[in-house]
Design a binder for this molecule. Structure first.
Ligand SMILES: C[S@@+](CC[C@H](N)C(=O)[O-])C[C@H]1O[C@@H](n2cnc3c(N)ncnc32)[C@H](O)[C@@H]1O
Length: 322
């Protein structure tokens, strides 16, 4: 006997549910197809918030707590710990003196000989600078320059368009970071030491690809700023570990000449370590002298180093008259 024909029983609620599901599906399908293609989009100009680390790079200068956590994690996931720097496969550690001796004796691994030796290097740099002897010129670790930059840039609220003058920029331990950050020609410096200037111009700028920033770095020790030009004001003028090495009289001459070059109210002068050039006059006389120049003392700051147990002391001034 053939099997009885199969009958499919659909109840009314099931039928209604199925039909409404299909209708909703069709509605979304048709409406999605009817959106204009991206090329004809008249979208809002509001950009989505980009929370990737690179999105905040433009605004932030110093490392965030998250940045530090991130780098600690990288050290941890790689299982790294500080090791003795001894001879090992492919690594032959040298002191600066040894490296300089090697450079003189062996001239590096691949090099040109005789006449050719003069024809291939556009801007030959003295060996002492190549082995970075000048990075140890101030006793403190070279990395402290970054701390100073971060403190000054954040506390004077500068932007890449700002103009900055450093008095006594030395080998650009600090200035290098400003030059990197600022627009071309917006970093100026007056420095008296020839060897430091050679290190700055012959090694630091070219080796960091900063020649195109055209910083104006001038040799001088008499606080004469006329050679820096006119018709603009500085947003920041700073002296990092410099005024304490100068006669008080020269510091005052410098300040007097700088007041008109500082942007009124918003511009800042920062002086590191101490302000003995002022306090040695006595409290009242110190305040009177500053006031007569049109300068106002804004307060004392300390700033901790990121990498070593050290803090810098800074004294802040502004020009109170417009
Ligand atoms: C301790 S170093 C600091 C260098 C740099 N500011 C830094 O923080 O790395 C002091 C610098 O001030 C410079 N200096 C001292 N007296 C000066 C003067 N009268 N005019 C210009 N520079 C001067 C020195 O030549 C030296 O480079």
């Amino acid at each position: 006997m053939p099997p009885p024909p199969r009958t499919v029983v659909i109840t009314v609620p099931t039928l209604i549910l199925t039909l409404s599901g299909a209708a909703i599906f069709l509605f979304f399908l048709i409406s999605s197809l009817s959106y204009p293609p991206p090329s004809t989009c008249t979208c809002s100009t509001t950009k989505p918030v980009d929370s990737s680390p690179s999105s905040s790079l433009k605004e932030r200068i110093s490392a965030s707590v998250e940045d530090i956590e991130w780098v600690k994690k990288q050290i941890e996931v790689n299982g790294l710990r500080m090791q003795d720097n001894v001879l090992r496969k492919g690594i032959n550690p040298r002191t600066r003196a040894q490296q300089l001796q090697d450079l003189i004796q062996y001239k590096g691994i691949s090099h040109y000989e005789e006449e050719e030796a003069k024809n291939h290097t556009s801007f030959p740099c003295p060996g002492e600078l190549l082995v970075e002897e000048h990075h140890s010129n101030y006793g403190e670790p070279w990395a402290g320059g970054r701390d100073v930059f971060e403190f000054l840039a954040e506390n004077s609220h500068i932007a890449p368009e700002s103009r900055v003058l450093e008095i006594g920029c030395g080998t650009l331990r600090v200035g290098l970071h400003f030059i990197q950050y600022l627009k071309p020609e917006h970093f100026h410096c007056l420095e008296r030491d020839e060897l430091s200037l050679m290190a700055a111009l012959r090694y630091e700028l070219p080796s960091h690809g900063l020649l195109q920033k055209r910083p104006l770095i001038l040799k001088g020790e008499d606080m004469d700023f006329t050679r820096f030009g006119s018709g603009f004001t500085y947003d920041l003028i700073y002296a990092s570990a410099v005024f304490l090495h100068m006669p008080d009289k020269l510091v005052w001459v410098g300040l007097e000449r700088l007041v008109d070059r500082l942007k009124p109210l918003d511009g800042r002068i920062f002086v590191s370590h101490n302000v003995k050039f002022c306090s040695r006059l006595g409290g009242d006389e110190c305040s009177r002298r500053l006031k007569s120049l049109g300068l106002e003392y804004m307060g004392k700051h300390t700033h901790d180093s990121l990498l070593f147990n050290h803090y810098e002391i800074w004294f802040e001034f502004r020009r109170f008259k417009v």
